[in-house]
Design a protein around this ligand. Structure first.
Ligand SMILES: Nc1nc2c(c(=O)[nH]1)N[C@H]1C(S)=C(S)[C@@H](COP(=O)(O)O)O[C@H]1N2
Ligand SMILES: [Mo]
Length: 245
């Protein structure tokens, strides 16, 4: 794993603005160029027209389609992390904590649960946004219902392979668009993007969306996770630009 690439380390996101704007820099570096990312399909910057259109669009909930200071990529960009075993056969998820019925399941059992296709936007704190990304998987609320979350639960900790964690308020984790995804754009998740399964919390900065997910823990008291204990905002609302804590 590497965190030396400035694009991968949100702490360095703003260091990328020496004389020209970050956007101009990124555009000059990548416009028209499809970057072939390790283990994933290529991503590139969206056109000026697409970005202009996004800036003029509101979501059904009234919020701007493109949150402040974000620019558009056409596909998600691999941002690194400690990669777990990507094989579906070796995967297991535990659902635990403040629940009546803790359980764990494997991929075959996950695929037997109600599958949903969801189109949603994702916003990375390093300022890229991908609009209308398609994910396939199971709603987190389905997993929560199966575990019978106790009234004492107030937050959810998403545990990734190798000790990565992110924390989300219970009410926000149970929002209808939060899911455990195993496909992106109709294809099994690439290893770099968290194969075989990751969390998607579309309405918070993307670091909350734990890749290589191994555990969903419901807890009574909040526990800041990997980035939240390294200077990042505990909540991470992209429309409020809750980047740093
Ligand atoms: N397990 C794990 N999940 C993780 C990370 C990580 O390092 N480990 N990085 C987070 C960060 S900072 C971001 S921006 C997104 C990036 O997801 P992507 O690589 O699929 O674009 O994953 C998040 N989930
Ligand atoms: Mo990130």
């Amino acid at each position: 794993m590497t965190r030396k690439d400035p694009f991968m380390d949100p702490r360095l996101a703003d260091a990328f603005t020496p004389s020209m704007s970050r956007r101009a820099f990124v555009r000059s570096a990548t416009v028209g160029t499809v970057v072939i990312a390790l283990g994933g399909a290529g991503y590139c910057m969206a056109s000026e027209e697409e970005e202009k259109k996004a800036r003029a669009t509101s979501r059904p909930d009234g919020r701007a389609k493109l949150p402040p200071s974000q620019y558009l990529l056409n596909r998600i960009r691999p941002m690194g992390g400690v990669e777990g075993d990507a094989s579906p056969s070796g995967w297991r998820l535990s659902v635990s904590g403040e629940v009546e019925q803790p359980f764990s399941l494997d991929m075959a059992e996950l695929l037997k649960m109600q599958q949903v296709d969801q189109i949603c936007d994702v916003h990375c704190v390093t300022k890229w946004t991908v609009l209308d990304a398609k994910w396939t998987g199971v709603k987190l609320s389905e997993l929560a219902a199966r575990a019978k979350v106790k009234p004492s639960a107030r937050h959810v900790i998403f545990e990734g392979y190798g000790g990565y964690t992110s924390n989300v308020r219970l009410a926000e984790a149970l929002a209808p668009n939060v899911m455990l995804a195993h496909k992106y754009e109709g294809q099994p998740l690439a290893r770099a993007h968290g194969a075989p399964a990751r969390i998607i919390v579309p309405d918070l900065y993307f670091w909350k969306s734990s890749k290589w997910i191994t555990g969903v823990r419901f807890v009574a008291s909040d526990k800041p996770g990997y980035w939240e204990t390294r200077g990042y905002h505990n909540h991470a609302d992209p429309w409020k630009e809750e980047r740093y804590g």
